[in-house]
Design a binder for this molecule. Structure first.
Ligand code: NAP
Length: 546
């Protein structure tokens, strides 16, 4: 740690602060950060673009939106009261219940009194003269704060395809991540869904139930596996509650904070019979068990991955009646689990319905959107509604949309050209007193578990600074370079990093995001937490306090 004794200058230079801390975003990260920073006696304001709390679970209100993690493992763990009072209704709860949960937490801790809604941050500039951040909202309002926490999510900048004529369409259209609060009624309508990632798969299952006709436009198929959702009876919820301590401990031990544990055996260390029995069990089991609880080499050994992919391909062939459609739904360009696995409930059976048609955009690309529908290279389709389930400018995209400028006026977006570089996913050199929750190169997975850890780490550092009256903390360039090298080293040999997806920084709809980069930390969460804890325990040697 480098320390300049500046207790006096700190208060006099920044007497015109509006807040001690500004948190951008009132999703699960921002809500919890507010709660923790209040504990330090700080004056905190959360700036939220929406009109309610929940972030992801506020915006993504498309039909079928639900957890892919077990509900009880996804809630906050920090408050015994919340754990005692909240009963999850389903093993994998739907968006309405999740939004209710976020509101329940906000009400319990009176979070709303420090949250400003409909406040979209346009820019955040570090002011080197006053050692603080100058924030400007889209409506021109300005705030000054000492600490800035970007709790803006890693999948919260929706992206539309670059089709010609999108605005020409005379029917209704929207993106799954910007779903209208009043909802959309599909009954008696001809509906198109473009995109078959996790959002598209969830939406397609539901929309097919009420639409008169549904046409799914699929570019590259994904490997989807059964969610096996069900309600949680009251008595079972009591058992879950009694088991919370053990369950949260387990989440701290697993690689990506899920309740599923990787099988320590290699794919070829068991007989073929044992292997098939194991995979059948996983396919019949709940949630991500088949992805996060598979053989240890499933995502590193090509042959193991090929066999697993064949296993799932056979399931698809058995579930989809028309063999040609089944083949269209089987990925040919990537192996199982190398992209995020969408979780499904009768998804494949949707394609057996007479009112559903699958169009492969690999064979017949969309040429343009017309006033009445969609024109592919093959034919014109007429629709009443078009849904774009086309994903997000992930990980760095939410940062790119705010004009973050650090010391010397440097732009964060430019610093991250060619891939993000951070210290622990929490800080960036040249951006003093700015912290990120779930930033690039932080541990992801079952996100609330990582959110709680990141928030508490930031609280720890700010508490450390407050105690010592330190004005500014900044990650050193060496610390950022070291962390970057470590993250890249951890990504070596993983099949997931050889495939195009948001997890490798690819978004064909966004300028400059066509080259694979390491945007995620691919080590284990326990290792990540150990590194972060070590930094704090050693008095933040990697930071410059000045
Ligand atoms: P996504 O996985 O990026 O999928 C986007 C889909 O749109 C892909 O099928 C993509 O095809 C297609 N697409 C995009 N642009 C296109 C274009 N110009 N032309 C044709 N097709 C286009 O996005 P997502 O489904 O919203 O999911 C993103 C992430 O959000 C997930 O991976 C997951 O982490 C998270 N999520 C979580 C949950 C949950 O936990 N319950 C639910 C939904 C989403 P290509 O594959 O060919 O690019």
């Amino acid at each position: 740690m480098t320390l300049v004794d500046n207790a006096e200058t700190r208060s006099s230079e920044t007497s015109d602060l509006d807040f001690d801390a500004i948190v951008i975003g009132a999703g699960m990260s921002g809500m919890y950060q507010l709660y923790r920073l209040r504990e330090l006696g700080l004056k905190v304001r959360v700036l939220e673009a929406g009109t309610g709390v929940g972030g992801t679970w506020y915006w993504n209100r498309y039909p079928g939106a639900r957890f892919d993690s077990e509900s009880y493992s996804y809630g906050y763990s920090f408050s015994q009261e919340v754990l005692d009072e909240w009963d999850w209704q389903e093993c994998f709860s739907g968006q309405p219940e999740i939004e209710r949960y976020c509101n329940f937490v906000a009400d319990k801790f009176d979070l709303r009194s420090d949250i400003q809604f409909s406040a979209r941050v346009a820019s955040s500039h570090f002011n080197e003269d006053a050692n603080c951040w100058d924030i400007t909202l889209a409506d021109g309002t300005r705030y000054r704060t000492r600490y800035l926490v970007a709790a803006i999510g890693l999948l919260s900048a929706p992206t539309m395809p670059r089709f010609e004529g999108i605005e020409d369409f005379k029917g209704q259209w929207c993106h799954t991540g910007l779903w209208p609060k009043e909802g959309l009624d599909f009954s008696g309508k001809r509906v198109a869904v473009v995109g078959t990632g996790a959002s598209g798969v969830q939406a397609i299952q539901e929309i097919s139930k009420t639409a008169e006709h549904l046409t799914v436009f699929q570019r590259r198929p994904n490997w989807c596996t059964p969610l096996h959702n069900r309600p949680i009876p009251k008595e079972e919820m009591e058992e879950i509650r009694a088991g919370y301590p053990e369950m949260f401990t387990l989440c701290q031990q697993t690689a990506a904070c899920f309740v599923h544990t990787i099988d320590p055996r290699g794919t070829f260390e068991v007989t073929e019979e044992e292997r098939m029995e194991f995979w059948e069990g996983r396919y019949a089991g709940q949630g991500f068990g088949i992805w996060q609880g598979n053989f240890r080499d499933m995502l590193t050994d090509r042959e193991a991955n090929r066999l697993m992919s064949e296993f799932v391909a056979d399931k698809i062939r058995k579930r989809v009646k028309d063999p040609e459609t089944a083949e269209m739904l089987i990925p040919k360009d990537h192996g199982f689990g190398t992209r995020r696995v969408p979780q499904e409930t009768h998804y494949y059976e949707v394609y057996n319905k007479p009112n559903v048609k699958l169009v492969s955009m690999l064979e017949h690309p969309i040429e343009r959107i017309t006033e009445t529908g969609i024109r592919t290279s093959e034919q014109d389709y007429e629709f009443d509604v078009i849904i774009y389930a086309t994903g997000f400018d992930a990980v760095t995209g939410t940062f790119d949309r705010i004009d973050f400028r650090g010391t010397g006026g440097q732009r964060l977006k430019e610093r991250w050209t060619g891939g993000p570089k951070t210290f622990l996913g929490l800080m960036v050199d040249g951006f003093p007193n700015m912290f990120m929750i779930m930033g690039p190169h932080a541990a992801l997975g079952n996100n609330p578990r990582s959110i709680e850890f990141n928030v508490e780490w930031v609280r720890g550092l700010i508490g450390y600074m407050e105690e010592r009256k330190l004005a500014v903390a900044e990650a050193s360039a060496e610390a950022v370079a070291d962390w970057n090298a470590f993250v890249h080293m951890k990504g070596e040999g993983l099949l997931v990093n050889e495939v195009d997806s948001w997890m490798t920084g690819i978004n064909m709809n966004v300028e400059g995001k066509q080259t694979r980069t390491i945007v995620r930390y691919s080590g284990t969460a326990p290792e990540y937490r150990a590194k972060c804890n070590e930094v704090a325990a050693d008095g933040y040697q990697e930071l410059k306090f000045s």
